[in-house]
Design a protein. Structure first.
Length: 292
């Protein structure tokens, strides 16, 4: 963890800390109604062209996680700058380093295994708010960088396999994955990976096919295509839950100044002022190099 920044004099406390059991505010729908995402026991896949507003949506989720007293953050960002302003509030931050990314995913895999061992011993099927386990939110900005661009084929395939396993098995043990890509194509987001994300958001895409890669096959022909979104409508997209119908929403926006103030507040107050020592002995910090 990097050294703490001093709290700016004009920083106003944002109120009591949140919980990952609280739904995450995303923005408004076409009727002007607020849109909330129940992220606990769920995962989210975000896709769209550059400038579609993916990073703004990710920042809303990271902000909620950073201000949640029952959450640990793992950020993987191939470009470093999209999630970089949240670096100090994260337990681990991975830049354009596929080896570090793979190591982090392996540690998260160990956390999952330990938690499933605990659940089995307790004769339970999922963790709950009274179990003393922190939720772990893994945010991956630009999946394609690690799954199709950097490193050799062996590393890229390993990264993809580890990510798929964490998405598939993490929900019951409070390991939440939020993944984004600006190349929503079938080779980057195969059906086997897309379909295990319980929530999906398609920002502006260039084709109906790319929109369907995120939302699911056939939605474009039924009038729900991200290819129809204007380039001027940043942050607008289609949000769909598993077994649901796409809902057109406009995501809220945090400026860089907003993010810096929230991250500073979360780092100094939420992370170091009010959170008790981690009692989750079955789930070691994914960046501490230890395996329980």
């Amino acid at each position: 963890m990097a050294a703490r920044r001093p709290v700016p004099e004009d920083t106003v406390p944002v109120g009591p800390t949140l919980s990952m059991f609280d739904p995450v505010y995303l923005g408004i729908d076409e009727a002007g109604e607020p849109v909330y995402l129940p992220l606990m026991y769920n995962n989210l896949l975000v896709g769209g062209v550059p400038g579609a507003g993916k990073s703004a949506l990710l920042s809303l989720i990271v902000a909620h996680a950073a201000l949640s007293a029952d959450c640990r953050l793992c950020l993987i960002d191939g470009k470093q700058v999209e999630l970089g302003l949240w670096r100090e509030v994260a337990d681990v931050f991975v830049g354009p380093d596929i080896t570090h990314a793979i190591t982090t995913l392996r540690r998260l895999q160990t956390v999952m295994d330990n938690r499933y061992t605990w659940l089995t011993a307790q004769q339970r099927r999922k963790v709950g708010p009274g179990d003393g386990m922190n939720a772990i939110v893994l945010v991956v900005d630009e999946i394609a960088y690690f799954s199709a661009t950097v490193g050799d084929k062996t590393d890229r395939d390993l990264f993809s396999a580890l990510l798929r396993d964490i998405v598939a098995r993490g929900r019951a043990v409070a390991v939440i994955v939020v993944g984004a890509t600006q190349r929503p194509t079938a080779d980057i987001i195969p059906t086997s990976l897309r379909d295990i994300f319980s929530w999906r958001f398609a920002g502006r895409c260039t084709t109906n096919t790319s929109s369907d890669v995120i939302l699911g096959y056939g939605w474009a022909t039924r009038g729900h295509s991200a290819a129809t979104i204007s380039p001027l409508d940043q942050g607008v997209g289609w949000l769909i839950a598993e077994e649901g119908t796409p809902r057109r929403i406009k995501a809220a926006y945090l400026t860089d100044t907003d993010i810096i103030r929230l991250a500073t507040y979360a780092t100094v107050i939420c992370r170091h002022g009010h959170i008790p020592a981690d009692t989750d002995q079955q789930a070691p910090d994914p960046d501490d190099g230890q395996v329980a």
